[in-house]
Design a protein around this ligand. Structure first.
Ligand SMILES: Nc1ncnc2c1ncn2[C@@H]1O[C@H](COP(=O)(O)OP(=O)(O)O)[C@@H](O)[C@H]1O
Ligand SMILES: [Mg+2]
Length: 375
């Protein structure tokens, strides 16, 4: 049996754990033409849920078309247009009427069209002479899709990336086009909470209050336990309650890490899974990560490195300027602590979780954190 614990892109609803409530909410929003913003920390399953939603729409509402684009790698408006066009081409197959019209529409920008040799997906190279031409092209794409008289859901993943573009008016521009569309609805998804909040919840910004928020938390202990037991069971394997509990605690129920650990346990082939089996899979994971972890060490100053270890040993730190934390780990003063936390979160090594009760710092990579805590 193939490993049922998916560690890459979404595969099927059978291998997808829970998210029923969020899915139903998103379905309702799609049917009611409500644009959405989805925010959560990295690796909890935003992208997976979007693809799960699109899969569900394909089964239950065939008339609704879907377009998915991830703009994480984009640097400017040119890239955005390119990714958007390619995503649209992927969604509408060449032999369908819309697909034909879309291809000939895009060809009117005179791009160089090539096809990826591995995936056979279309790739575009576009050239513009003026900024005006660019904006015209983008607007044209929205108009074209909107004019097909078919409902289309467009998901733009890692949307906060538009804040990195040199074009200053991206948000105003997009907001204007989006507002004029009658058949297009949008899902904006992102991991950088403070930027996403500033885009969608700051009353001085164009997107203010224009979308419904979908926030994604961790999958519940009950759902994830049942899911893990079921997937091992389907391969005639057994797993103890204690083992499952340990998996969920050790990975802190961050979906990516939970899936990884279960994937490794499954791959080891053992049929009766107890705590010892799980713990040895954990060791295996940390051993595998070691090369990368040691590279991090090269990138950091000694103070930064020691700070990471301190946070890892604490698990999660609420008061990074509290006297006992500073003293216990010989960090120095409060402002040194703040500076270190800032530089490490800039590098993506620390995760900053802001909630109503305060700000929590933890090492972003849960496996790395376990490795550090053993030092
Ligand atoms: N509900 C789920 N059940 C099982 N696997 C999931 C689920 N959600 C996400 N995953 C898997 O976990 C990993 C991380 O999820 P991803 O959607 O990429 O997170 P994000 O987009 O929030 O960073 C991926 O391999 C994904 O396929
Ligand atoms: Mg993602």
């Amino acid at each position: 049996m193939e490993n049922p614990f998916v560690i890459k892109a979404y595969e099927s609803k059978e291998l997808f754990c829970d998210r029923e409530e969020e899915l139903q909410l998103m379905l309702r929003n799609c049917l009611n033409q409500t644009d959405m913003t989805m925010v959560s920390q990295r690796r909890l399953g935003k992208t997976g849920l979007i693809l799960r939603l699109f899969d569900e729409l394909k089964d239950t509402h065939r008339e609704i078309q879907t377009i998915y684009l991830d703009i994480f790698s984009s640097r400017n408006l040119d890239d955005f247009i390119k990714l958007f066009s390619e995503a649209a081409l992927r969604s509408f197959q060449p032999k369908t009427p819309i697909g034909e019209r879309l291809l000939s529409y895009i060809k009117s920008f005179r791009p160089i069209v090539s096809y990826d040799s591995l995936t056979a997906q279309p790739q575009l190279q576009l050239a513009y002479h003026t900024v005006h031409e660019k904006e015209y092209t983008l607007r044209g794409l929205f108009d074209f899709l909107d004019g097909q008289n078919t409902p289309i859901i467009v998901a733009i993943d890692e949307f906060q990336q538009i804040r990195e573009y040199p074009e200053q008016n991206m948000e105003a521009l997009l907001r204007t086009y989006i507002q004029q569309c009658r058949n297009l609805n949008f899902i904006f998804s992102g991991s950088k909470k403070h930027i996403m909040t500033d885009i969608f919840a700051n009353e001085r910004k164009p997107f203010y209050s224009s979308t419904a928020f979908v926030s994604l938390g961790k999958i519940s202990v009950e759902s994830y336990s049942a899911f893990i037991r079921k997937l091992f069971g389907q391969d005639d394997r057994s797993i103890t309650d204690e083992a499952i509990q340990f998996i969920l605690e050790w990975t802190q129920r961050v979906t990516y890490f939970t899936q990884q650990l279960c994937h490794v346990i499954f791959a080891n082939g053992i049929t009766t899974i107890d705590l010892a089996v799980v713990k040895s899979a954990c060791d295996q994971i940390l051993k595998l990560g070691e090369t990368v972890y040691l590279q991090y060490r090269q990138m950091l100053t000694e103070k930064q490195w020691n700070y990471l270890i301190a946070v890892a040993k604490e698990g999660s730190v609420r008061q990074i300027t509290a006297a006992d934390f500073l003293k216990r780990h010989q960090i120095g003063g409060a402002s040194a602590s703040r500076k270190l936390a800032e530089s490490l979160s800039q590098k993506g090594l620390l995760n900053v979780e802001v909630s109503l009760d305060g700000i929590d710092y933890s090492v972003d990579d849960v496996f790395f954190s376990h490795w550090l805590e053993r030092l």
